[in-house]
Ligand binder design. Structure first.
Ligand code: ATP
Ligand code: LTN
Length: 327
């Protein structure tokens, strides 16, 4: 059975973008693939975090995975920091990554812009991500378009390693959603909706209350032409709303365009808001149940044992090939 693996950083509360780019695809494929979903908490500390908030968000992420439909019977769910092999393998992969390659990562360029005291961890972040993926022989990695370059780096490192030391790592493939690969900020529709942005007016958080969601959607930035159709270049705001509707209704974009072709912007926004509220309210109900039960710790304990075993074998194979250690 092919393996699928993904993770969502606990660097902020999860958003509609996290749901569509990361979680939804994992849910869709969980019957077909051996599925792994984890919390990359070590990735979160590449930028400053409040320890109390971080601890809370780690648990929240897992409860949200479950509430969004990740079935603990079909998925291995675990924390990155509870398996030391991730960072051990990351070091080895760093020693097989060229500075030129790491320098080309556009996310680092974006995230280090206008920030003081950028950490070395933010720079090496994609290599830790490669370790997350290669440690478990993942065939498919569901991510939004912003992470595609990182999965490609993992492939390049795997290929180099395999060529030098013999077949070791599986070549991972990114799984990018056809629609919704980049959900845009409602206030700045040419910019990705990102959970760690300070200005939250354009971000739909999975745990936002109904009133807040409606307010944010009704205030979404559009244009003045008052015709509803999909054209990312000319109408980024409207195209984003249509994309959100298409992803949450599972309707093709053509059908969505047809449905709204005679609507005004107010109507479109109201229908998008209804659908978002319905989807999020369902998630929130389940989330509350999972948070107040012991299931989060239960699944994490099970996941931890399983992944440590898998990772140990892979790591020992790697160290042996490299000539490290004594045996
Ligand atoms: P940060 O702002 O901290 O960088 P993020 O929101 O960009 O966070 P994560 O939540 O860790 O990133 O991303 C989890 C997954 O969701 C990744 O696969 C990412 O590509 C995807 N994702 C995040 N935001 C969006 C978005 N706006 N549209 C589509 N996919 C997204
Ligand atoms: N960098 C990713 C989170 C992440 C990830 C991974 C995703 C860390 N390791 C491995 C897929 C596979 C992000 O979305 N910000």
């Amino acid at each position: 059975m092919k393996r699928l693996l993904t993770g969502l950083q606990p660097s902020g509360d999860l958003t509609l973008g996290s749901l569509i780019g990361g979680i939804k695809q994992s849910v869709a494929y969980q019957n077909e693939y051996d599925s792994f979903i984890f919390v990359p908490d070590l990735h979160a500390i590449t930028v400053p975090q409040d320890p109390t908030l971080l601890k809370m968000r780690i648990k929240k992420n897992v409860a949200l995975y479950l509430a969004c439909g990740i079935d603990p019977e079909k998925n291995t769910i675990y924390l990155q920091s509870e398996n030391l092999y991730h960072t051990n393998l990351s070091w080895i992969l760093e020693c097989h990554t060229y500075m030129g390659e790491a320098n080309r990562m556009t996310q680092f360029k974006d995230k280090s812009k206008n920030r003081e005291n950028v950490s070395v961890g933010l720079f090496t972040y994609p290599i830790l991500m490669a370790a997350d993926i290669l440690l478990y022989d993942a065939d498919f990695v569901p991510v939004g378009i912003d992470q595609k370059q990182h999965v490609e780096l993992a492939r390049d490192i795997a290929l180099r390693f395999n060529n030098k030391y013999g077949d070791t790592f599986t070549m991972p493939e990114p799984l990018i959603p056809k629609v919704g690969a980049k959900i845009m900020d409602l206030q700045h529709p040419t910019k990705k909706m990102s959970k760690s942005d300070e200005d939250v007016k354009g971000i739909l958080f999975l745990l936002d209350e109904e009133e807040v969601l409606r307010k944010k959607i009704m205030a979404a930035v559009t244009d003045s032409d008052n015709k509803v159709y999909y054209d990312v270049e000319a109408k980024p705001g409207i195209s984003n709303l249509l994309t959100i509707y298409s992803c949450l209704s599972n309707m093709e974009m053509k059908e969505v365009e047809e449905k709204f072709k005679d609507s005004n912007y107010g109507n479109l926004k109201k229908e998008v808001a209804d659908l978002v509220v319905e989807t999020f309210t369902n998630i929130q109900k389940k989330y509350q149940e999972y948070m107040s039960s012991g299931i989060v710790d239960e699944v994490l304990n099970q996941g931890k044992m399983k992944v440590q075993e898998i990772a140990k074998q892979r790591f020992e194979e790697v160290t042996k090939k490299l000539g490290l250690g004594r045996y």
